[in-house]
Write a protein that binds this ligand. Sequence first.
Ligand code: URA
Length: 222
Amino acid sequence: MTDLYNDLNQLKAHLERQRELKNPGVQIEKRNPEKLLAAVSLELGDCQRCNLHTTRTHLVFGKGNPDADLMFVGEAPGADEDIQGEPFVGRAGQLLGKIIAAMGKTRDQVYIANILKCRPPENRNPNPDEIAICSPFLMQQIEAIQPKVICALGTFAAQTMLKTDTTIGRLRGRPHPFNETCALIPTYHPAYLLRSPSKKKEVWEDMQVIMKLLSWPLPAKA
Ligand code: URA
């Protein structure tokens, strides 16, 4: 499996075969990711399953194309996201928008979500019971969307989704198996890029790996 994940063309073909097995060409009823996502949102409802509901303004479900090939997953809503009820709308979110634009796409063409749906007070790290309660809903969203690639933004999302404590510096730069039909590519969090702009080069390398896996055209070199 590791060798496969080192060879992007082989991995691309492997994931395509797995998707065909999961969703065979002849289907009685076509999958409807929008309906499936709406069902997840309904089940989540006005969630009060952990204490974060007492301090949130809005629950931030996630936003974008329910049929997206690429899904970005961050840590948790910050102050701007909590106020607006949308993921990645603050300064880090604006940078994420620029990264997506550099990939030749708009935010509406991908799907953006977080490990946690409610803002932890003072932006503290999510704690294990919050992750245990909230992350099953993210997994249901992933199952509804069935993206081909998930890009985990930052240490927290990457380590949580890959169930590892390896540093982001060592995880990034290559695809990791997430499930049988989807690869996960970790990269630095846009908020970290705002503090360390020299890391933008590595993030762009990671985006190019994603674009190759998705057969998106790479922009011509300037
Ligand atoms: N940081 C995150 O991880 N997620 C957001 O939605 C905003 C900032």
